[in-house]
Design a protein around this ligand. Structure first.
Ligand code: C5P
Ligand code: C5P
Ligand code: ZN
Length: 487
């Protein structure tokens, strides 16, 4: 468990930086100029865009939101071509200061991000990032969290958006404190959401849809951790519950997780531990299913918005399936057409994940163990927008997690492959920093990489894929041995 909370000085200094961003937004809005918001396509990015969008809408501002897979020279060029009066980046930007400094030097820019950064931002830009204030951005504050601090600095009424920042942090898997709780600066945001009456927290079994779904569905819908044979498989989940003697119905009504007695919950947990063990995985993975539950009190039961983790998966699904606009609308409060659409996207996303995971495990060699890393060879089979999700799922699902995992797939219509790397806390504590490794390895092939210590990505020319993998394999070893790394 991380033991250092965020100090008052650190938080105040971050807050001052958020205030500067709020002032620049207000100034732009008051002069009736258009604000451009650019954000990342995952749950945290969409939550961040939704928060800034809602705060701007409340100011009566004109604004436009654009969602990107990543930033590079090409898309920054196209942003510059719009000649925006002000561009606000959320969950993006800190890892790309070189190109922002070079290509947008004459623009008003606000960067609200939590990625690692190696460069100084142009002093004209407002750069709000927890790392600049001694706060760990990979664990203690998400991109949506930074966006929320700015929204709250704009107007206290935006405290009713705090739960959206909680969803962003959970989407980025920042629940790393005891019992899978959020901590650090995130905790302050959780408290805001509770104060506003929009969030309730408790410790319990964390199956998906714990208040709302029949237990076999809740099992099948749980993908973090990924439960082999049960995640995505309702029939097998029914059989599993029958085998361990948990009655699925009371009278005509399906029982939900909260209907189970303490004894039944214990029985379910130990059966899951045995199940992981029977698949060659550590039984301890089942312990990850007990922890802090974040419930959005005002969301309807039976919707995927009630449980904050489930909400984050829904957002992720819209971004990864090319329907980011739907996710942003939901964060901004749309509960009609957008919600219905998101339900369909979520179903499609689950089917797609099952298809990709079966494909990867169907033939030996598609997931390969090297001396220091695992490699999932998505080749051209996996959509590049989904590779991050697949990498996250695989990394919770491979035995002997002492090695990081990188997954990649060719990007349709481009000469690049998209890489997504994931590791576990234990290796981060031993000094592994995937963001640094992917950045250095990518630079060797004149391309881009970076991210967080625990999760990072890169876009690499297809012709260099094998060499890149070899280099990452070598750099992981060097870094874990405490040696300086270079390409
Ligand atoms: O760009 P951003 O910071 O939002 O993305 C971080 C990504 O890394 C998310 O997609 C998140 O799910 C993933 N992640 C992960 N495992 C972790 C931490 C983050 O898969 N332990
Ligand atoms: O794309 P993926 O989910 O694997 O990204 C993991 C993390 O690395 C995200 O936070 C993403 O924003 C970051 N990343 C980056 N530079 C890249 C690719 C990904 O900072 N070139
Ligand atoms: Zn993020």
């Amino acid at each position: 468990m991380p033991d250092e909370a965020v100090s008052k000085e650190q938080f105040d200094s971050l807050h001052n930086s958020a205030k500067q961003a709020a002032d620049l937004i207000l100034e732009t809005v008051e002069s009736h100029k258009l604000v451009h918001v650019v954000s990342h396509l995952d749950a945290d990015g969409l939550a961040g865009a939704g928060i800034v969008g809602k705060a701007l809408a409340r100011l009566g501002a004109s604004f436009r939101i654009r969602i990107e897979r990543w930033l590079d020279e090409k898309n920054i060029d196209s942003i510059a071509a719009d000649k925006p009066a002000l561009t606000v980046f959320t969950d993006l930007g800190s890892g790309n200061l070189d190109i922002l400094n070079a290509q947008l030097a004459d623009n008003h820019l606000i960067i609200l991000d939590h990625h690692q950064t190696t460069e100084e931002a142009n002093p004209e830009f407002v750069h709000v990032n927890p790392h600049l204030h001694g706060i760990d951005g990979s664990r203690d504050l998400s991109g949506a969290g930074v966006a929320y601090l700015v929204a709250k600095a704009l107007n206290e009424v935006n405290i009713d958006l705090a739960q959206i920042a909680v969803i962003g942090a959970l989407g980025d898997m920042q629940d790393k404190y005891e019992s899978r709780a959020l901590g650090g600066a995130n905790e302050i945001i959780v408290e805001d959401a509770e104060t506003a009456g929009n969030l309730q927290t408790e410790t319990d079994l964390m199956l998906f849809g714990r208040e709302t779904r029949p237990i076999h569905k809740a099992l099948a819908y749980t993908t973090v951790p990924f439960i082999p044979d049960l995640s995505g498989q309702e029939d097998r989940s029914v059989a599993f519950l029958a085998r361990i003697g948990i009655t699925p119905k009371k009278g005509d009504r399906w029982r939900v997780l909260r209907d189970l007695s303490e004894e039944e919950k214990k029985k379910l947990c130990s059966a899951l531990a045995d199940h992981f063990a029977s698949k060659g995985l550590s039984g301890n993975i089942a312990l990850n299913l007990i922890g802090r539950v974040y419930t959005l009190s005002h969301e309807e039961p039976w919707t995927p918005l009630r449980d904050a983790r489930e909400f984050s998966v829904l957002l992720n699904s819209t971004g990864r399936m090319g329907r980011a606009g739907v996710g942003v609308s939901i964060c901004m409060g749309d509960r009609s057409a957008a919600l219905e659409e998101a339900g369909k996207v979520l179903d499609e996303y689950r089917r797609t994940i099952t298809k990709y995971l079966s494909w990867l495990t169907e033939k030996p060699g598609r997931i390969e163990e090297l001396t220091n890393i695992y490699v999932a060879h998505g080749q051209g089979m996996i959509d590049d927008k989904m590779i991050g999700t697949i990498s996250s799922l695989l990394s919770t699902n491979i035995p002997n997690l002492e090695k990081p995992l990188i997954a990649y797939s060719a990007i349709q219509g481009e000469e690049f492959a998209k890489f997504s790397a994931r590791t576990i806390d234990l290796l981060v504590e031993k000094g592994l920093n995937l963001g640094e490794i992917l950045k250095i390895a990518a630079e060797k092939y004149s391309c881009r990489g970076g991210g967080h210590n625990i999760a990072a990505g890169a876009q690499v020319p297809v012709k260099n894929v094998d060499a890149f993998i070899k280099l990452v394999n070598r750099l992981v070893k060097q870094q874990l041995e405490g040696k300086p790394i270079e390409g």
